[in-house]
Write a protein that binds this ligand. Structure first.
Ligand code: PXG
Length: 403
């Protein structure tokens, strides 16, 4: 019989013994979450400043999302796409209107969404653009993070991925933020350009102003699909519904995930025009769980709340103020504070000895955050965070970074 374990060390020992060691989490075992706060198995409370990498934009266990989840779970959870379900049509209509796109293809995790976008772009390349079979190429950016599947790591520049070869061919890399290099790299077989509007895992890298607009012009001029991976930046995180909106740019394909599931379950989606998403015929692509009624109901509720509670506007306002305060911290170890809305990175100088050390110190002060690349502390609390909680966080960040 499994024994309920109640202490942090015991839990971690069990994980070490029975789980593959593919993560190195901070030593905290969370057992309850409510809004922006979590409690661990030893009864300690922490402010969640990571939001599961933006999957918890609505905070933990948002009451309306949970009510919707329970209601739908009691009614119908899964049919597979062998049959229709009554939530799917309304969901497709809702999300396409919400994203100003014509059609959607539903998946589950972010990486699956990216894989789907790649398949779509290749098929569009062959069927619509007229690229010769097997020749389609997709341009990606150095420093990208789009997930962990073999094809997706095939265009990663993270050295740690090199051991998982052989890699999927058909991808070219350009420097992030350099539109000229994108233009030079496009050839007759280029089907698409895949990018993050702000590189999240790369270290909260904000591209130079005007970059997205230039990329838009270049893609249009060369008949190349512009694919925005807004899995982390989308759904209000950066102060706009989608981060591309900061430059008034509409991509040809939009990939969403994380927060789309309202913090309850994996829900991802690829959206685009009829011309692009119309390339699929029955049997080309799919997923047992994609478009399941539970996911559809929860995602609709999440989008409804995002719009009703003006969460993008909120992220812009409180995130902007928070970032300005962080920029004023007088500390020799801070190299730069950057980001947009409530996606903020504090880059430390290399001599500081890495961001992980400071994440541990912040944990001791009662807040949870996670380093990204080696020297960046990411601040990405739920978008529902209250000003008093951000003020509370600020005091502790200032203390830790000036100690
Ligand atoms: N695109 C972007 C921009 C992401 O940040 C993904 C795709 C992949 O999503 P899924 O749902 O397949 O993880 C991400 C994910 C992790 C991890 O533990 C993932 C992300 C950030 C930090 C850690 O794999 N982002």
């Amino acid at each position: 019989m499994t024994q309920l374990q109640t202490h942090t060390e015991e839990h971690i020992a069990t994980v070490d013994k029975f789980s593959a060691h593919n993560y190195a989490p901070l030593p905290v075992v969370v057992s309850k979450g409510e809004g922006c706060w979590v409690t661990d198995v030893d009864g300690n409370k922490f402010l969640d400043m990571l939001s599961a990498y933006s999957a918890l934009n609505f905070g933990h266990s948002h009451p309306e999302i949970i009510d919707c989840f329970i209601e739908q779970a009691k009614t119908l959870t899964l049919t597979s796409r062998a049959f229709h379900n009554d939530q799917f049509g309304p969901y497709c209509e809702f999300i396409t209107e919400f994203c100003s796109m014509d059609m959607v293809l539903p998946m589950n995790t972010g990486a699956e969404g990216v894989e789907t976008a790649i398949k779509t772009a290749r098929k569009w390349g062959y069927d619509v653009k007229g690229i010769q079979p097997d020749k389609a190429e997709i341009i990606c950016c150095r420093g990208n993070f789009h997930g962990r599947t073999v094809t997706v790591i095939s265009f990663s520049t993270d050295e740690e991925n090199k051991v998982f070869g052989p890699m999927t061919p058909g991808f070219n890399l350009v420097a992030y933020g350099d539109a000229d290099e994108l233009e030079k790299t496009i050839g007759p077989n280029t089907a698409a350009f895949l990018f993050e509007p702000i590189q999240g895992e790369g270290g909260i890298i904000v591209p130079p102003e005007g970059y997205l607009q230039k990329c838009r012009e270049i893609c249009t001029k060369n008949n190349v699909l512009m694919i925005a991976d807004e899995i982390q930046t989308g759904l209000g995180r950066t102060g706009r519904l989608f981060a591309c909106e900061h430059e008034g740019v509409k991509p040809d394909m939009l990939i969403l995930g994380k927060a789309l599931g309202g913090g309850t379950m994996p829900v991802s989606a690829v959206l685009g025009s009829k011309e692009v998403m119309g390339v699929f015929k029955p049997g080309d692509h799919g997923s047992t769980f994609g478009g399941n009624p539970l996911a559809c109901a929860v995602a609709m509720k999440a989008m409804e709340i995002l719009r009703r509670d003006k969460l993008p506007e909120r992220a812009e306002e409180i995130g902007g103020k928070f970032m300005n305060r962080l920029r004023k911290i007088n500390s020799p170890i801070i190299k730069e504070v950057r980001g947009k809305g409530l996606l903020i990175g504090i880059e430390l100088v290399p001599e500081a000895g890495g961001a992980k050390k400071y994440c541990k110190a912040l944990k001791a002060e009662g807040m949870l955050c996670k380093e990204t690349s080696d020297n960046v502390i990411r601040m990405a609390p739920p978008l529902i965070i209250e000003q008093k909680d951000l003020d509370w966080a600020f005091e502790r960040i200032e203390k830790v970074l000036t100690a």
